[in-house]
Ligand binder design. Structure first.
Ligand SMILES: [Zn+2]
Length: 228
């Protein structure tokens, strides 16, 4: 870790600690090592979004973010503006974006966290937590080659999203951090490439073939007037 990364981490940690005090939630940092797959304590999970809001306040973020396609330069610009890490800025970008956009954090080859923009939530775009990195993704390619690098490429949308339409593309900007075996991906596409689907009240996509068969007007049991 270089000194800049240490500074970014310290800023986040300070905001996280302020959250503990303001939300009156006791911390339980020592129970689980940060690299463990075990579930974090609910207090810890609750303090993170608070820290994010302190570091990258909603209104300030929206007035600063350039109205352009995401790119390595744009995310780095936002990270510099707010003094946060690249992954933290990419995550904030995805959650506040008005385009279909998602941010995925992967550790040791498995999906750890996903942030989705409102548009993606509305169509039920889903990436399973704890699933392995999809083999045709840019993230997988980077991790397999075991080097620290950032690559942006166009791939099929159904590589990342479960039960997804075929034939639509998205952009994936992936970065791999080899020493920590951590990979991140920012995924986005044009709104016109967003499939039109319905979701139920649980946010699950309703598929056409799951619809009830059309009503014919005939009752499936013998009618009363058929009596002799
Ligand atoms: Zn904490």
């Amino acid at each position: 870790m270089n000194s800049l990364e240490i500074q970014e981490r310290q800023r986040f940690t300070i905001c996280h600690e302020i959250a503990h005090i303001l939300l009156d939630l006791p911390s339980s940092h020592e129970e689980v090592p940060s690299w463990a797959y075990a579930k974090r304590h609910p207090n810890e999970v609750a303090c993170d979004p608070f820290a994010v809001e302190l570091l990258m306040p909603y209104q300030q973020w929206l007035s600063t973010v350039p109205k352009e396609e995401p790119s390595l330069e744009l995310i780095q610009y936002m990270a510099d503006e707010f003094g946060t890490s690249f992954p933290a800025a990419a995550s904030r970008f995805a959650s506040l974006s008005d385009i279909p956009c998602a941010f995925v954090t992967m550790e040791r080859g498995y999906v750890r966290y996903t942030t989705r923009s409102l548009q993606l939530k509305r169509v039920g775009a889903w990436i399973s937590p704890r699933s392995s990195i999809p083999s045709d993704s840019v993230a997988h390619r980077l991790r397999t080659s075991s080097v620290n690098s950032t690559v942006t490429a166009k791939i099929a949308q159904d590589i990342w999203f479960e039960n997804w339409e075929k034939g639509l593309d998205l952009w994936e900007l992936a970065r791999h951090y080899q020493p920590m075996d951590t990979t991140i991906s920012l995924l986005w596409f044009d709104s016109e490439d967003l499939p039109e689907v319905e979701v139920n009240r649980f946010g699950t996509r309703i598929k056409d073939n799951e619809d009830l068969s059309e009503l014919t007007g005939e009752l499936p049991w013998p009618g009363r007037n058929k009596r002799h």
